[in-house]
Design a protein around this ligand. Structure first.
Ligand code: GDP
Length: 444
């Protein structure tokens, strides 16, 4: 899948830091060296990598990561923020003409996904009640006109074509007139691409630009081509002022280089991302979500938002303190369960956890069994207060009594007690991410 290599390498780096209670300046330097290699291997532009690492390192040392209680999380947070910035910071909206129609010119090399993306963009606009007109101005690629017509039919959007004997400039001119006459508020012009950039292509695009005065010139680039995509973007931008980039094939095996470099190198924001061959697979590009995805954090941001709304801060702080000092008992465990449940259905929560979301989404029948969790609660409730506070008291006889009392089996009780320790460790990690010392202040 996309970014897989980068994600696992970065997780490795952070994993090493997370294991440490404290990190030294050397640890930070070493981590940044590995981040640098990971980014280079993901085919991110050399200069971009250099700047990126310098910035994160400066902040990391400036923020005294070395004194932080959760240095790993502080660094992840810094990297997350810088990745977001690198990809443009905020979501970049499509321009809108003062007087309709808004004209969008699509450009790009052949095979990048221009025609497909034109159809997808029309579909996206239809979803917010717009009436786009698609324009078949790629008269050189034999199947392009037909392809656009098929897409138009599929989504019931009109397609303007004058066949392949009229010049693209003339086609664009007449299409605009038709859009005005028919009340189409968006015009999407699918222009010709070549296998490489050439003079004739640029000349034609410039003429179309001249005649239609587009509000948007979107360059469609294939994310799978990595650095090449960025070079293509740079050359197009020199000739034809781009207003934005559409990254396609993010569903494929892209290493990430294009997504991470294109904004920094060209100064043009990524406005949309295409993640599949289906007509519905185009989405506005959200730099923050993409950063979080690259870091393998799932939708950690929404989870943290939810946690902040749902969990009592004082209680969370106290809980965190207990876990840290290993005072965490089965009593706290019950309380923690109640807190976690306030966040919503458990399977949804697991979906948002780092490293779990993707894995669980693929398996439709993997559901967190709420009944199973009720049994766990029943076991804990069958313990005496003393037992809850001192799990080490739980000998065989006590376990037997608890099993009978909770309507479960000794095996289940044993399993829970064994899992309790692991859980303590896991929750310690979880809580350091969500607790007052976590990154929540820094994440948007
Ligand atoms: P054009 O020459 O730039 O107009 O390219 P096309 O629109 O014909 O697309 C070239 C190929 O890429 C087609 O087979 C598309 O189905 C495929 N394609 C386009 N976008 C995506 C995408 O986001 N994901 C995947 N997997 N394939 C895509």
């Amino acid at each position: 899948a996309a970014f897989e290599g980068l994600t696992s390498r970065l997780q490795n780096v952070f994993g090493k830091l997370r294991g440490k209670g404290k990190v030294s300046e050397d640890d930070v330097n070493e981590a940044m060296r590995e981040v640098r290699l990971a980014l280079l291997e993901a085919d991110v532009n050399f200069k971009v990598v250099k700047d990126f690492v310098a910035k994160v390192k400066e902040r990391a040392l400036g923020q005294e990561v070395v004194k932080s209680f959760t240095p790993g999380m502080v660094i992840i947070d810094l990297v997350n923020k810088e990745l977001t910035e690198l990809m443009g910071g905020t979501t970049s909206k499509l321009a809108k003409a003062n007087k309709p129609p808004t004209v969008i010119m699509m450009a790009g090399l052949q095979g990048a996904g221009k025609t497909t993306t034109s159809g997808k963009l029309a579909r996206l606009l239809q979803k917010s009640n717009h009436k786009p007109l698609l324009v078949a101005a790629d008269i050189y690629r034999p199947a392009a006109i037909k392809q656009l017509q098929v897409l138009g039919e599929q989504i019931q959007a009109p397609v303007f074509s004058l066949g392949d004997q009229t010049s693209p400039v003339e086609i664009a001119r007449q299409a605009l007139a038709q859009a005005k006459a028919n009340g189409n508020d968006y015009v999407i012009i699918d222009t010709a691409g070549r296998l490489h950039i050439d003079e004739a292509l640029m000349e034609e695009l410039k003429q179309i630009h001249e005649v239609t005065k587009p509000d948007e010139v979107l360059l469609v680039v294939d994310a799978m081509t990595g650095q090449d995509a960025v070079n293509v973007a740079q050359s197009f931008d020199e000739q034809l002022e781009l207003t934005g980039v559409v990254l396609t094939k993010l569903d494929g095996d892209t290493r990430g280089g294009a997504a991470l470099s294109v904004k920094a190198v060209t100064g043009r924001p990524i406005k949309f991302a295409a993640m599949g061959e289906k007509i519905d697979s185009l989405e506005p590009f959200h730099p923050d979500r993409m950063a979080s995805r690259i870091l393998g954090m799932g939708d950690m941001l929404s989870l943290i938002e939810k946690a902040q709304a749902g969990i009592d801060a004082d209680q969370a702080a106290e809980m965190e303190r207990k876990m840290r000092t290993a005072e965490f008992t089965f009593e706290d465990f019950l309380e923690q369960m109640a807190q976690v449940r306030k966040l919503g259905p458990l399977d949804q929560i697991f979906d948002m956890l780092p490293g779990m979301g993707g894995k669980m989404k693929g398996l439709k029948d993997v559901k967190v069994d709420e009944k199973q969790i009720n049994r766990v609660e029943a076991i804990v409730r069958s313990m005496t207060t003393e037992e809850k506070r001192k799990p080490e008291l739980l000998n065989h006889n006590r376990r037997k009594r608890i099993a009978a009392g909770s309507g479960t089996s000794v095996a289940e009780v044993n399993r829970l007690i064994k899992q309790f320790d692991d859980m303590r460790k896991m929750m310690k990690q979880f809580s350091s991410m969500m607790g007052p010392k976590g990154p929540k202040g820094g994440m948007k």
